[in-house]
Design a protein around this ligand. Sequence first.
Ligand code: ASP
Length: 292
Amino acid sequence: MNGLLTLKGLSPNIIQSIIDTAVSFKNDSSKVTSFPDKKMVTLFFENSTRTQYSFQVAMLNLGITPIGFSSIGSSIAKGESLYDTVKTFEYLGVDGVIIRHSQNEFYKELENVNIPIFNAGDGTADHPTQTLLDLMTIYERFGKFDGLKIALVGDIAHSRVAHGNAEVMKRLNMDVSIVGPEIFIDDTAPRITLDQAVDTCDIVNLLRVQFERHADVIEMSKDDYHSLYGMTKARADRMKKDAIIMHPAPVNRGVEIADSVVEHKKSRIFEQMRNGVYIRMAVISMVFEGKL
Ligand code: ASP
């Protein structure tokens, strides 16, 4: 099994080469290789708009035939395991699978699968293509990672994006800190205040409040969350001149970020989505070419 499961074992050089490949695809479509004989399936066991459809657009841009899969109507509804489902697609002649699953490190039970697997998000652990598209967006803005100051703001404890981003960003010598209410804080990085983040960071990476992952009801109203931890227009305007705001989306407008700030000049939220297509094209083609 190869593919892309996590960025943990990948060196900064390989990470940079994925970003460079994605940037070259974005700037010059003649750099894109085509794989017309390949077909891949997207197996999503959790909801998704951006990741699922940008993987599909990426496949279409690479000449790959995408196959959609819905667990409703499949044998998953009869109790079939993840392993048997993926193994079935291997024997149907599919060339790769893209999987999102609520179980952290779901891929550990897929070691006997012989086609590439791409992790499209595992539980609260990791979301490697999201981390790569975030890095691409940062690289396009600053042309480097070393020394950049980033704050991950919000529901750190339940966010695979926070966990995945922090692990790689620290290895790239970025100065990573976290901001959020006590209930959402873990040991991902040192904690700072929102004011410190707004005044000093190059990047404020907002995270969605993951209501669907909370066992208990959060004792804070959405309005209170917004005034204490949200990116208001006043806070966005106060950030350093070159600083940027990112959010992996979907966005809870009026909670993590004010409605009017989603498309603020410092916001890169929609550009992150565009970059996601090129990153997914880069990882798929590098895997099929044996470069990853
Ligand atoms: N779309 C991202 C994810 O799947 C972020 C989020 O859902 O908040 O983790």
